[in-house]
Unconditional design. Structure first.
Ligand code: ZN
Length: 197
């Protein structure tokens, strides 16, 4: 334990995801002791990102405008939508350069244990996007774990009555994990080898 504000900083950093007590302490002392460390730049960024960044009205991706850069890009195929759990999954898939369509971010996955049902996700918004018949294929790229599979199964049932090809990323992804832990080559292959449901 440290005195006052130093411990406060360590505690606050420790509340961030993926930062354990040791890392929190290391970061705190880096901030305290490194003369070149630009504190005002970091604090400005933290404030600005909260003020300026919002979520795309169409797909739910992070954006500084009403519609994100992918939804605004006329070169992206409007007929294919890739459904992901989180906005961070968009950048994971973008890195593979395998996908040229658009995205839909659900904002999580169905999880009875965590009390997350279909109504808590951006599923109505997805159905709304599919209503006009432009989209011909939906790729379900939810995480290859229990919740992700349950969500994909729920969505594929929901979409069966529509004239839309529904596919799921091919196996080969690390089972039980998150998309973000898959390397680009594996994820790229999973896209190519996606199977129809
Ligand atoms: Zn968007």
């Amino acid at each position: 334990m440290y005195d006052g504000i130093v411990q406060e900083l360590i505690d606050e950093l420790g509340r961030l995801p993926g930062v354990g007590p040791k890392s929190a302490q290391r970061i705190a002392f880096h901030i305290l002791q490194t003369p070149s460390f630009d504190v005002s730049r970091l604090s400005d960024l933290l404030r600005d990102v909260r003020e300026r960044v919002r979520f795309c009205d169409v797909c739910g991706n992070v954006s500084e405008e009403e519609r994100c850069s992918i939804c605004r890009d006329p070169r992206r195929d409007p007929e294919v939508i890739c459904v992901v759990e989180d906005a961070k999954d968009v950048s994971v898939i973008e890195r593979t350069r395998e996908f040229k369509g658009r995205y839909h971010v659900l904002g999580g996955a169905i999880s009875p244990i965590a009390g997350v049902g279909p109504d808590d996700l951006r599923i109505p918004q997805l159905m709304q996007r599919l209503a006009d018949g432009t989209v011909t294929e939906v790729i379900l790229a939810t995480n290859p774990n229990l919740e992700g599979e349950a969500t994909a199964a729920y969505l594929s049932r929901l979409l069966t009555s529509m004239e839309i090809t529904v596919s799921r990323l091919a196996s080969g992804l690390p089972v039980g994990g998150d998309l973000e832990y898959a390397d680009e080559v594996t994820l790229g292959r999973a896209f190519e080898g996606r199977r129809k449901l």
